[in-house]
Write a protein of this length. Structure first.
Length: 150
């Protein structure tokens, strides 16, 4: 059981690192590459649509990713056996991080395509929300009510 917990935490940490690397790589590419920077900045209608979609995705995904995970944790995961609970925890944690990744990437794309600060602010909100999802063994044990065996 202890090995399964460590493997789950290790996989969650790898996913979290991939979230940060993908966000960072996309930002660096956007800063260095001039091909798509400002691609939509000349068309105010497209800027408005892109900003509105980015804001809606941010407003829907951030609260739902954090609250949905908490709800599923309390109502579904805690009632399972430890092995199944670890698998479900992994799935729902990955889904939560994927939702935050969608917010962050959409914000970064909006920032570079439209040259608007709205996308950058939405990306920063997604990154800030990801700090609530930092995986650790202590957090997993606390969420699943698993006592540490000596």
């Amino acid at each position: 059981m202890e090995q399964e917990i460590r493997n789950t935490v290790k996989a969650l940490i790898i996913g979290y690192i991939c979230y940060w690397l993908l966000s960072l790589i996309l930002f660096v590419v956007g800063e260095l590459d001039e091909y798509y920077t400002g691609l939509l900045a000349h068309d105010f209608r497209q800027v408005y649509i892109f900003e509105t979609i980015t804001i809606l995705i941010t407003a829907i995904f951030i609260p739902s990713s954090l609250k949905l995970f908490n709800w599923v944790l309390q109502k579904r995961i805690c009632n399972l056996s430890i092995t199944l609970a670890l698998k479900e925890y992994m799935v729902w944690s990955s889904l939560r991080l994927f939702m935050l990744l969608a917010v962050t990437l959409c914000g970064i794309f909006c920032y570079f395509f439209t040259l608007s600060n709205t996308g950058g602010l939405c990306a920063l909100m997604g990154i800030t929300a990801s700090f609530f999802c930092i995986p650790s063994e202590q957090k997993l044990r606390r969420d699943l009510h698993i006592e540490k065996t000596e």
